[in-house]
Design a binder for this molecule. Structure first.
Ligand SMILES: C[S@@+](CC[C@H](N)C(=O)[O-])C[C@H]1O[C@@H](n2cnc3c(N)ncnc32)[C@H](O)[C@@H]1O
Length: 276
């Protein structure tokens, strides 16, 4: 197994796309633009699926800037505990603005916790980037109580997400394979059966459901800005960025309303399992 704790952000190199590693500036844009456009809408369904209750000890794996952990804190109350874990310093720097959650640097494959520590483990749109998913699932089970609950959210397939299928195609034609792979990577766990089989290696009563969601951006400019400057392609040159934006304005109009606002289906898989 490669050392998952050695994952580095892509501040200068542009690497780390398939590991979901962003630069510090991108983490700020992720928080301000990506969360409202795409991620915030899943926080409630993920925590509902996990049946989070007052007093729960909850671990959010791949917490990013902390969308799930922040809301979990309000649900577990004063007697509960929420820990947010992520390998990316830029993401955690934003997350640390919220007090009350314990923010930890680390990777899913090597959780820095004792056995049987948590009642609930959740991971929202992070598992696609893990270096060793089987090991991560073993680790989740190890740190959970016998009656613990796990909830994993991944994106459904790219073919069910027309806006991103179009962006990936546009990036491929304009800027080549590496650029398009950066936005294809989040869609590499869209198969319900595969996700269910993976969790069944460690958990019981596993159920995987595809749930409808919607991506919403104020404009095409806003969409391109978020996807490029708020994720792993954030060091794209201004020249390439402007070429992409010009093409997006002519080729992605099918996703815009008269007002110029963008929306398209963005479904997710939500997998639920029980411990041991
Ligand atoms: C798309 S973000 C999701 C963040 C957050 N859960 C949310 O819903 O906004 C994916 C996160 O997975 C993290 N990640 C990547 N590899 C990881 C690993 N091996 N273990 C834990 N987290 C990882 C990234 O650093 C990134 O913060």
């Amino acid at each position: 197994m490669s050392d998952p704790t050695s994952i580095q952000p892509n501040a200068d190199t542009g690497s780390g796309a398939d590991r979901g590693q962003v630069a510090a500036s991108a983490a700020e844009i992720y928080e301000a633009f990506f969360l409202p456009a795409l991620f915030d809408q899943w926080v409630g369904p993920v925590l509902d699926a996990a049946g989070v209750m007052e007093g729960d000890q909850l671990l959010d794996i791949g917490c990013g800037t902390g969308a799930v952990a922040r809301e979990a804190l309000t649900r577990v109350g004063a007697d509960g505990r929420v820990v947010g874990l992520d390998p990316n310093d830029g993401m955690l720097a934003v997350a640390r603005r919220t007090r009350g959650v314990e923010w930890r640097t680390g990777a899913a494959e090597d959780l820095p916790f004792e056995d049987l520590t948590f009642d609930v483990a959740v991971s929202q749109f992070a598992m696609m980037f893990f270096t060793d998913r089987e090991q991560a699932v073993r680790e989740m089970n190890r740190v959970l109580q016998p009656k613990g609950r796990v909830v994993i959210a991944t994106w459904a397939s790219l073919s069910d997400t027309p806006g991103y299928a179009a962006v990936v195609d546009l990036l491929d034609r304009l800027l080549g394979r590496d650029a398009c792979d950066a936005l294809r990577a989040p869609y590499n766990m869209g198969d319900k059966g595969e996700l269910g089989d993976l969790l069944t290696t460690e958990f019981s009563n596993v159920r995987v459901t595809q749930v409808e969601g919607t991506a919403r951006f104020d404009s095409i400019e806003d969409w391109v800005h978020t996807d490029i400057r708020g994720w792993t392609l954030s060091d794209m040159s201004d020249e390439d960025y402007n070429r992409l934006l010009a093409a997006a304005k002519t080729e992605l109009t099918q996703f815009t309303a008269q007002s110029g606002k963008v929306s398209f289906p963005a479904p997710a898989l939500i997998a639920v399992g029980g411990g041991h």
